[in-house]
Design a protein around this ligand. Structure first.
Ligand SMILES: [Zn+2]
Length: 534
């Protein structure tokens, strides 16, 4: 063996090694059906007799090869150890002798099997009502995790190679990204529309390099299912909040602004609001991308990847289209905010979303974008401000009293001082759940929201940008924050106190007392120390 390809090759002891084609039957040559597969792997040759030639009979590729053969209707034969130089010779001849087009076609089929895998994965995620798919590729394993009701759980583990292939195929073959190629070494993102049996699914792809591999996250923007309208009531809005929102929608002009973190269900709420508008009105929505299809309105997709100003420019264009209502998907800069202002002042009702941490905080965000407080307090402009988050709701079939939950014991006393006579009515997740909730112990998520009607008195605070004073005034008028709402749901036994505290921080007797109690902090630390000392 003088071929340099054989230098590192060591045959297993006592095994006969094929070093030349003359040692094989005269007509036993590479099987054309497996040519493309072998050309991709570069370390295996499959013969017409079904014999598999490999330099490493113990490798996983041999097993994969047998599976590939069965899939192509071939019967796997014996495995023979061959010198790498012989395999290379066969491979070289395959590349020249075979009809190149046919091989290309088979290679294409090979890729589409990864595309099938991707579709299966997305379908599984949609069937499980999942919001995000995490593909975590590392050197030894690829973990697939699903996010449901805000929490991640392990869906499956793949060979890292499969994870790489599916991620690459998703980015290169399925996204609208015409320019870039998937590169696991740099952060990338793209939109991915997928046609599945249930309809068109829209996903957002983002990837990030990680030690030993990379992460790819696919957010499911719309499942393509005809979901029908979800009412504000079903979403979790209280009757008082729905009353305010309906009153806002009935206004001839002004702005209704909806805020909340990413993934807090703003799009769903916006769609529910649009369904409340009379069909005799003309509605334009400017969205990036269109997520929930609402048949009674004109939905205009924009691509902010290619044009930062498109929200604003499409919004200005919509103003010339004789609209009654305009929905600006997201208010992210001064340009868009100015379109909102112009629309309200010219007699339209505008809906938009914005990122803030509270409903009154929307004012500061707009001021930050460069809108003057005089403008913000104009009686034509702001009508209603909404802030929402999502909270996990307990499965009604298996929830257990919090007093009986093991991991709740430490906190029971603290909660007792908060909820007093309602304390025995608190419920908790049952570890392991039940059949109704797929063992998650949860029944989905509901909105916890705060809704502000901007009145004359409120405008005085807005003009001074006195958010704290405004909040104090709102409270005196009976306004409730999303924290109050979350605590109310704990009180009603709908939400595990731990889930509430994960969202709003530690619950307190009254939200009025925003003061930080150092004595309590000291007591907590001492308790913890005592516990560790046990
Ligand atoms: Zn259950």
């Amino acid at each position: 063996m003088s071929d340099p390809a054989d230098n590192n090759f060591k045959a297993p002891p006592g095994v006969k090694v094929v070093t030349s084609a003359s040692q094989l039957a005269v007509d036993d040559r590479p099987a054309p059906e497996m040519a493309a597969w072998c050309l991709q792997r570069k370390n295996i040759i499959v013969l017409k007799s079904g014999t598999i030639l490999t330099a490493d009979p113990g490798s996983r590729d041999v097993q994969n090869c047998r599976i590939a053969m069965v899939n192509k209707g071939l019967r796997p034969g014996k495995i023979m150890v061959a010198a790498p130089s012989l395999i290379n010779t066969f491979l070289a001849n395959l590349g020249s002798a075979e009809d190149y087009k046919q091989i290309q076609q088979e290679v294409a089929e090979e890729i589409s099997s990864q595309q099938k895998r991707l579709r299966t994965l997305v379908q599984e995620a949609i069937d499980a009502d999942v919001s995000d798919i995490h593909i975590e590729v590392r050197t030894d394993v690829c973990r697939i995790r699903f996010r449901k009701y805000g929490e991640l759980y392990l869906h499956s583990e793949w060979f890292p190679r499969l994870g790489r292939e599916v991620a690459a195929v998703a980015f290169n073959k399925e996204t609208d990204h015409a320019t870039a190629h998937f590169n696991p070494l740099v952060p990338q993102d793209a939109a991915m529309p997928l046609r599945l049996s249930g309809g068109e699914v829209r996903l957002r792809l983002a990837s990030m390099p990680a030690h030993g591999g990379f992460d790819m996250v696919m957010r499911i923007l719309s499942s393509g299912r005809a979901t029908g309208t979800v009412s504000l009531d079903d979403l979790g809005y209280t009757p008082e909040q729905i009353y305010i929102i309906k009153r806002a929608i009935a206004m001839p002009h002004g702005a209704v602004l909806l805020s909340g973190p990413t993934g807090s269900g703003k799009t769903t709420t916006l769609a529910s609001c649009l369904h409340l508008i009379k069909t005799t009105r003309k509605v334009y929505t400017i969205e990036d991308p269109v997520e929930k299809v609402v048949p009674t309105v004109t939905q205009v997709p924009v691509n902010t990847d290619t044009d930062d100003r498109s929200f604003a420019s499409f919004g200005r264009a919509a103003l010339r289209m004789d609209p009654d209502y305009i929905v600006l998907g997201e208010m992210r800069d001064e340009d868009t905010a100015n379109v909102m202002l112009r629309a309200t002042i010219t007699g339209h009702l505008v809906f938009s979303t914005i990122h803030t941490n509270s409903a009154p905080g929307i004012i500061l965000r707009l001021a930050d974008m460069g809108i003057s407080s005089v403008m913000l307090s104009d009686s034509n402009v702001l009508v209603c401000l909404i802030f929402q988050r999502l909270i996990a709701v307990l499965c009604p079939h298996c929830k257990i009293p919090a007093v009986k939950a093991k991991e709740h014991q430490e906190e029971l006393h603290r909660w007792q001082t908060i909820f007093e006579e309602d304390y025995p009515k608190l419920y908790a997740r049952k570890p392991g759940g039940c059949n109704h909730c797929n063992r998650s112990a949860l029944a989905g998520r509901k909105v916890v929201a705060e809704v502000v009607w901007v009145d004359e008195k409120g405008r005085e605070f807005i003009q001074k940008l006195d958010i704290l004073g405004w909040e104090r005034y709102l409270r005196s008028m009976g306004w409730r924050t999303y924290r109050d709402r979350a605590m109310q749901m704990v009180r009603e036994g709908l939400v595990d106190p731990f889930d509430a505290e994960a969202l709003i921080g530690e619950m307190t007797v009254t939200d009025e007392s925003k003061g930080f109690d150092y004595n309590i902090a000291r007591e907590q630390m001492e308790k913890e120390k005592a516990r560790k000392g046990e």
